[in-house]
Design a protein around this ligand. Structure first.
Ligand SMILES: C[S@@+](CC[C@H](N)C(=O)[O-])C[C@H]1O[C@@H](n2cnc3c(N)ncnc32)[C@H](O)[C@@H]1O
Length: 273
């Protein structure tokens, strides 16, 4: 009887302590919301770093022939970081994309997701003079004309789409000497007719909508467009913000050899990697 009372008393004391600590933490978070945000963010960043360094199920790009070639014979790409919107594409990512373009010497590039034209212009500056860069984005007034017709969108996409509409008329390649290499295309990638490009594209960059149905259909179209020696690069292979991209590519990696490039959000496929 005394033993049972002692045990209950011990549990009651521990529960009271836990309750007091929880109330203190709760009050602290109310008074210091910034600290709570930083703490939560640091937890997510740590998980994200872990996944990025582990590449999920993807293979390490360092094992590819391209990586080894570039290590032996470095290529020096042309970049202009002063034009960058690094909230969209990180500077290291632009540099790697430009380097891959120099290395591959593609005749035709297809980009899904033009936005302000930053990656598009880097493709133009780093590809051979006779290369054509096709870049697809939603048409102007997308939100009013298409919003209700479109299928699922991921949480971050609508904001980017709204911002993108403002960029259409003043994309950074307008007036650039290399703009002649760029062909702007307008349409929703879910319904766009990719058939004229089947088997012809040497470098495909997927950076449109990041929701599961879109990333899946964009990827399926990319495989149809890919030339024998071409490569597909996906942006936003990250666990925290673009979970659908991360999930889809991990699933796909059971059938295809997909590589992830360390310290970037790039995943890469190529028959000749
Ligand atoms: C992240 S931005 C692209 C950034 C650009 N590649 C860069 O790094 O400079 C994504 C773009 O995809 C476009 N987009 C979103 N959904 C799309 C869709 N269903 N079809 C075509 N473009 C789409 C958006 O309008 C936006 O401009």
């Amino acid at each position: 009887m005394i033993e049972a009372f002692r045990k209950s008393w011990w549990i009651a004391k521990k529960s009271a302590n836990l309750l007091i600590v929880s109330i203190r933490v709760f009050v602290y978070c109310l008074i210091h919301p910034k600290k709570l945000f930083e703490f939560t963010f640091s937890i997510f960043s740590t998980i994200n770093k872990f996944y990025q360094s582990s590449h999920g199920r993807l293979l390490d790009f360092k094992t590819t022939k391209i990586f080894q070639d570039l290590n032996k014979n470095p290529v020096f790409a042309r970049c202009n970081f002063f034009l960058a919107d690094s909230t969209v594409t990180h500077l290291a990512e632009i540099h790697i994309l430009a380097t891959l373009t120099c290395y591959l010497k593609p005749k035709r590039i297809f980009e899904i997701g033009t936005y302000n034209g930053f990656t598009t212009l880097h493709f133009a500056y780093n590809s051979p003079g006779d290369c054509t860069i096709y870049t697809l984005d939603l048409p102007p007034h997308y939100d009013t004309e298409y919003k209700n017709k479109s299928s699922e969108y991921s949480y971050d996409d609508w904001l980017v789409v709204q911002l993108s509409m403002d960029h259409i008329a003043k994309r950074i390649f307008k007036g650039d000497p290399n703009a002649a290499k760029i062909k702007e295309l307008f349409g929703d990638s879910a319904t766009f007719d990719f058939s004229p490009y089947y088997g012809k594209i040497d470098l495909i960059f997927i950076d449109g909508s990041h929701s599961y149905p879109y990333i899946k259909s964009d990827t399926e179209n990319a495989f149809k467009m890919l030339s024998d020696t071409g490569i597909i690069v996906w942006h936003d292979f990250d666990y925290v913000i673009h979970k659908d991209v991360f999930r889809y590519l991990n699933e796909l990696s059971k059938e295809r050899k997909i590589y992830s490039i360390a310290n970037t959000r790039f995943a890469v496929f190529g028959n000749s990697l």
